[in-house]
Every structure is written in structure tokens, then in C-alpha cells.
Design a protein around this ligand. Structure first.
Ligand SMILES: [Zn+2]
Length: 66
């Protein structure tokens, strides 16, 4: 399991890593920051994962009642 230190998110490895994808890059280079010069684009697998993460966060936020 690879954890992104910036967001403490566990990034799942994918079957076909694409190093243009920032998330695949983190999995391939644990502990290193993604090079800012490189334009980040999520691969198909991680784009789908990101969508699921956002849905999860939205559900979690609903529990906070101020
Ligand atoms: Zn990816």
C-alpha cells in the first residue's frame, strides 16, 4: 500500500501503470514528490478511483453537523 504524504491517501496500484499519471508515479516512486514540470493526468483506472474518493468524501462530510 502506498500512501500519498500530501493527502494521506492510500493510492491503489493499477494493473497497467502509466507514468504520465501522477498517481501511478507515486506508486512507482514512493516518498518522492511528483515533478511539477510534468503535466499530471490520471490514467483511466485512477480517474475512476478519484471519482470514488470524491464520492466517499462527500458522504463522510455529511456527518459533520455544526
Ligand atoms: Zn494511474
Amino acid at each position: 500500500m502506498i500512501v500519498n504524504p500530501l493527502s494521506s491517501t492510500v493510492i491503489p496500484p493499477v494493473a497497467a501503470p502509466d507514468l504520465r499519471c501522477a498517481w501511478c508515479w507515486y506508486v512507482a516512486h514512493p516518498g518522492k514528490a511528483y515533478p511539477a514540470a510534468q503535466s499530471s493526468s490520471a490514467c483511466r483506472a485512477h480517474a475512476q478511483w478519484l471519482r470514488q474518493q470524491r464520492t466517499k468524501q462527500r458522504k463522510g462530510g455529511a456527518h459533520h453537523v455544526c
